[in-house]
Ligand binder design. Structure first.
Ligand SMILES: Cc1ncc(COP(=O)(O)O)c(C=O)c1O
Length: 393
C-alpha cells in the first residue's frame, strides 16, 4: 500500500541531469519480442560475440581453484600493473612505469576516478557530439558540465585543436576524446592528437584519451597518446579487444602527480578490483591470447567490409569509412528524419535492433543510427535482407 501523505523520498538534484540510455527501451522490447518467439537481429550491443580467450579463462579458473580470492591493493596487483607497463613498451615503444598505471573496474571505473580527481562543481569538460553517452554522465555525476562540441564527417567526427580553442572557456578543465570512437569508429591521426594535446596543455587543461578500442583497427594501427607525452590521462579496458566485458576490468594511465589522489579515491569508492579478473587478465598478453584476439579482429574487419557497402546500397550515408571499433554511424536522413521512431518501427515490424543517434548526443541525432556489427556475416546478411524489405527496396 502506498502512503500518499508520505513526503517525497530524497533524490539528489544531479539525478535530473542523468539520462537513461534510450537504447535500453529498445533492448527491453527486443527481449519481449524474442520471448514471444520472434527472431531479432540485434545490432545494438557493443560487445564481441565470442568468448573470452581460453588462456584467460584457464587463468581465471586456476585463480578460483587456489581459493585465494581476496581484496587486493586499490590500484591493482603489482603483477598486473607490471604486465601493463611491459605491454606499453612492446606494443607502443612507450616507457610507462607501473606506478602510473591504475587497474580499475572496467574503463568505466577509470572514467569515474578521472572525473573524480579532475572536476570541481561547474568545471567544464569538452566532449565531441556524438560520443559515448556515459562520458556526459561521469562528468555530471562529479558535478562537472559536459560541453558537447558538434562534429561531423569533415573532421572524421573527432575534435580538432581548432574546435578545442573555439570552445574553451575559463571554466574548461579537460577535453575528452576517444580513438577509435564510439559511435563512429573513426581515429584521430597522431599529428592531430598531438595538436589537440598541445592546445589543451597551453591552456592549462588536461587531455583524456579513451583508447578502449585499441587493437580493433582495420586499416592502420592506432597510436597511443603515451607515445608522445606523460601529461595525459589514458583510459583502456580488457572489455573489447580481450573479449572480457563481463569481467569488469580496465585500467588508466595518469601523470605521476595524480597517482596519490586516484589511489585515495579508488580506496574509498571500490576498495579493490575483482581479484579473479586480475589474476585471469595476467594471461591476456600471452602469444596464444593475442593470436585469438587477432582472429577476432580479422572477423570484425570482414564484418565491417560486408556491412558498410550493404548499408550504403540501402540508402544510408556513411561518409567516413569507420577504421576501428565495431560500429557504423550512419546518416539515415534519406530514409527518415526521426531516427528514434525509425528504430522503434524497425524493431517492431522487421525484428532488427539498431541504436538511435539520440543516445550519443544532440547534434543531428535524429538523422543518425548506429549499427554494431560483431555478428557472423550470415546474421548481418539477414539483418540487411530485413532492412531492404522494410524499406521497400
Ligand atoms: C568509448 C567507450 N568507453 C568506455 C566504455 C566502457 O567500457 P567498460 O567499462 O566495459 O570498460 C565503453 C563501452 O561501450 C565505450 O564504448
Amino acid at each position: 500500500m502506498t502512503d500518499s501523505t508520505a513526503p517525497a523520498r530524497p533524490l539528489a538534484e544531479r539525478m535530473a541531469q542523468i539520462e537513461t540510455f534510450h537504447v535500453v527501451a529498445l533492448v527491453t522490447r527486443a527481449k519481449e519480442l524474442e520471448a514471444q518467439g520472434r527472431s531479432i537481429i540485434n545490432m545494438v550491443i557493443g560487445e564481441p560475440d565470442f568468448p573470452t580467450p581460453q588462456p584467460i579463462l584457464d587463468a581465471g579458473m586456476a585463480a578460483l581453484q587456489s581459493r585465494q580470492v581476496r581484496y587486493t591493493p586499490s590500484l591493482g596487483t603489482p603483477a598486473l600493473r607490471d604486465t601493463l607497463s611491459g605491454w606499453y613498451r612492446t606494443r607502443y615503444g612507450a616507457e610507462v612505469p607501473a606506478t602510473r598505471i591504475a587497474v580499475t573496474s572496467g574503463s568505466s571505473g577509470a572514467l569515474l576516478l578521472t572525473m573524480g580527481v579532475l572536476l570541481s562543481p561547474g568545471d567544464e569538460v569538452l566532449i565531441p557530439d556524438p560520443a559515448y553517452p556515459c562520458n556526459r554522465h561521469f562528468t555530471r555525476a562529479m558535478e562537472g558540465r559536459p560541453i558537447g562540441i558538434p562534429v561531423g564527417a569533415d573532421t572524421g567526427y573527432q575534435l580538432t585543436a581548432e574546435l578545442v580553442a573555439q570552445h574553451w572557456t575559463p571554466r574548461t578543465v579537460a577535453v575528452m576524446v576517444a580513438t577509435p570512437s564510439n559511435p563512429t569508429g573513426t581515429l584521430i591521426p597522431l599529428p592531430d592528437l598531438q595538436r589537440i594535446h598541445a592546445e589543451v596543455r597551453a591552456r592549462g587543461g588536461v587531455l583524456i584519451v579513451d583508447e578502449i578500442y585499441h587493437g580493433l583497427t582495420y586499416d592502420q594501427e592506432a597510436h597511443s597518446a603515451l607515445e608522445f607525452t606523460d601529461e595525459v590521462f589514458v583510459i583502456n579496458s580488457f572489455s573489447k579487444y580481450f573479449c572480457m566485458t563481463g569481467w569488469r576490468l580496465g585500467w588508466m594511465v595518469m601523470p605521476q602527480r595524480y597517482v596519490a589522489d586516484v589511489e585515495k579515491l579508488a580506496q574509498n569508492l571500490f576498495i579493490s578490483n575483482s581479484d579473479i579478473a586480475m589474476q585471469a587478465a595476467l594471461a591476456a598478453f600471452t602469444p596464444q591470447t593475442l593470436a585469438e584476439c587477432e582472429t577476432g579482429r580479422l572477423r570484425f574487419r570482414d564484418q565491417r567490409d560486408y556491412l558498410v557497402p550493404a548499408l550504403r546500397e540501402l540508402g544510408f550515408d556513411i561518409p567516413v569509412t569507420p577504421q576501428g571499433a565495431f560500429y557504423i554511424y550512419a546518416n539515415c536522413s534519406r530514409i527518415t528524419r526521426d531516427s528514434y521512431g525509425f528504430c522503434l518501427d524497425l524493431l517492431e515490424r522487421a525484428g532488427v535492433a539498431v541504436a538511435p543517434g539520440i543516445d550519443f548526443g544532440e547534434h543531428r541525432a535524429a538523422e543518425h543510427v548506429r549499427f554494431s556489427y560483431p555478428k557472423p556475416i550470415p546474421v548481418l546478411q539477414e539483418g540487411v535482407r530485413r532492412l531492404r524489405e522494410f524499406l521497400g527496396k
